[in-house]
Design a protein around this ligand. Sequence first.
Ligand code: ADP
Ligand code: TRP
Length: 324
Amino acid sequence: MRVLTGIQPSGKLHIGNYFGAIKPMLELQESSDLFIFIANYHALSSLHDGETLKQNSLDAAIAFLSLGIDPERSTFWLQSDVKEVLELYWILSAFTPVGMLERAHSYKDKIAKGLSPNHALFAYPVLMAADILLYDANLVPVGKDQKQHIEITRDITLKFNNNYGEILTLPEFKIDEELATIPGIDGAKMSKSYNNTIEIFTTPKALKKRCGKIVTDSTPLEEPKDYRNCNVFALYKLFANEDEIEEMKQRYQSGKEGYGHFKVSLSEKIWEFFAEANERRSYYEAHIDEVKDILSEGAKKARAVAKEKMEIIRDKVGILEERR
Ligand code: ADP
Ligand code: TRP
């Protein structure tokens, strides 16, 4: 079973990303043939600063390696290192009705937010289809916002196969409806667009300060507190084991401590949880050539699959191979 997913190299990762996307990905790495890449061509549709795009791409690679993507186990590469994806993108665009792209929510949302409606933004789902179909992915785990894109991929696949026979693998998507939405420091969904995140890669001091900003009610220190509706407790639960959770409940009920104490305990727990990842990140930042080597090795593995697939596809659609 080949599972494939792409990562947008955008901004700093937060603990909502970790529990909503990264942790499930790490679990899949244990049980399947995971193909995972940094979607830098996709990022170009809305990021037009070359240095920033380069930096974001490497930052994303470092972050995912630090959090546990294992290049020995999984195929991990930079999308742009396998150029075949652009060729397939063009071929697939010949099977993509314009109306389908016009109906894409993600495109409409981006335009509504004020992004300029460039063609890459419009054609974004076709490049995603190429990402998926080039590697014969069986399963694509994505967040809810990407569901329609995978439906578009499935549509394109059926249109292509209808014409040429069963050449492309029809992918399934996997959307984990059960995954909890992690709250931010204001209690709303944690999201970089709401400025309410707690970042994964940080320092103990900054983390403590950030946790100090979590919104709570104003129950005085000496009164028992309700852990059920508390953002601090909701976050603490993600990082603590059963015993620690019980102990925290007692502390809430005892009326001996205030929210400030709980926030400190939370920040210590988060720091402990990501301490190793933070260390690995510092290591990779100081050894950036190692990161580039890992990506090159990943691209080699991905390219081998892509080359074989493209030969079949070119032949079917009638693109002559170079004559020697
Ligand atoms: P953001 O909302 O910060 O822009 P993204 O849209 O880039 O985050 O999300 C990347 C991945 O992380 C998606 O798979 C998304 O479902 C997951 N994710 C983001 N925020 C949360 C959250 N608060 N709770 C659970 N999962 C989240
Ligand atoms: N569009 C996806 C996102 O924003 C990233 C992505 C690009 C992707 N190509 C993909 C995800 C192929 C799954 C499969 O999160």
